[in-house]
Design a protein around this ligand. Sequence first.
Ligand code: DLL
Length: 433
Amino acid sequence: MKNYYQPEIETMPQDQILALQDERLVKQVRYVYDHVRFYRDRMDEAGVAPEDIRGTQDLHKLPFITKDDLRDQYPYGLLAVPLEECVRIQSTSGTTGRRVVAFYTREDLDIWEECCARAIVAAGGTKEDVCHVCYGYGLFTGGPGLNGGSHKVGCLTLPMSSGNTERQLQFMTDLGSTILCCTPSYAANLGEAVAERGMKDQLKLKAGIFGAEPWTEQMRQSIEETLGIKAYDIYGLTEISGPGVSFECEEQAGMHIQEDHFIPEIIDPKTGEVLPEGQVGELVFTCITKKAFPLLRYRTRDLCLLTRKKCSCGRTHVRMLKPKGRSDDMMIVKGVNVWPSQIEAVLLNQGYQANYQIIVDRIGNRDSIEVQVEMTPEMAQDETIPVAKREKKIVSGLKSMLGITVDVSVVEPKSIPRSEGKAVRVIDKRHLY
Ligand code: DLL
């Protein structure tokens, strides 16, 4: 069986990675120009010919592509191969508009699954492992992606999909699951269920591969503790293939982007200007090996920064730090930029779990923002600290983090709905008007 830790690629000196990217980019731009009408028109409009792109130094000349473009081209407008060469579609959840459908050839699927296999190996996975996948299966890329990666590594794969916590725990103990793959919010729920049942000792879990939504370092610590594992972050998006675009190694210090397949850039979300390494901005990806649905300079809306600092794991691929949020998820409340991750950091720092909801509303011309957070069972039992005092402390923590006053309600354990996939943290009622 092939070894999915690929040192010849993952530890290649950076100048060689860049040379590989140059070569693949030049070919890919030509390929896309020749096969997708949409790109040909866009590049012609921008006055860029394929031969103007001689390497990554010319990437900035290409126009961006956005989710709106993908929606406008739904379903086949960006397809670069005849439909009969496609073997799979996956799709985004489409909560904010028309769905985006991504197409895969057999080779595209292979590369995607290989990226997921690399992620599993980076988390310590081998063919001895039992990989418990409770990301959703179906159109969402989480289940199918990690499932394919797990097969490639040779793990015994449990295609659990999400939900039904009782059944998850039963299979986990009966079959001795060693690697857990799900959203961090579902991992936290499972951790809570394990603690309630006092069954941590019955688990054989050693690692978790968690992504698909933002999560904080505090949340990592709490999941690691409740499940007795090392928790690894994994990132990806349907448009670019799915999970495995980047993932953490044992250093847990940023996610290595699979640079032999994807070229990342960080841009200023307002001006589109490319920012130097180390600055926070919007992440943009160019796919250099995809055949069916090859995106060039796709704006992810995720805000983060890249670092090429040496990683002690030996991998040389550039790392992206945990996304800070999304340029489009940032809320402007009372004139101030607010990211849900800032609120979560305050709550977790004060000992709460990530069971909270942020409700934003507008009454007349005034914004209101309320945070509801559950007490942990221990807090609920502790009568020495009244709820009002807890609320006051959170209000003060949020005030120093955000600079605005937030209404806070500390509520009973289990009163906030649990998620089985991506958590719904923000209810912005202002968009409903
Ligand atoms: O969430 C793919 C995925 C599945 C990634 C399983 C990791 C694990 P989409 O549904 O298209 O695809 O959502 C993509 O989710 O642009 C980010 O905003 C967010 N996201 C994904 N991974 C992370 C992460 C999948 N590790 C969108 N941290 C992306 C923060 C993440 N946000």
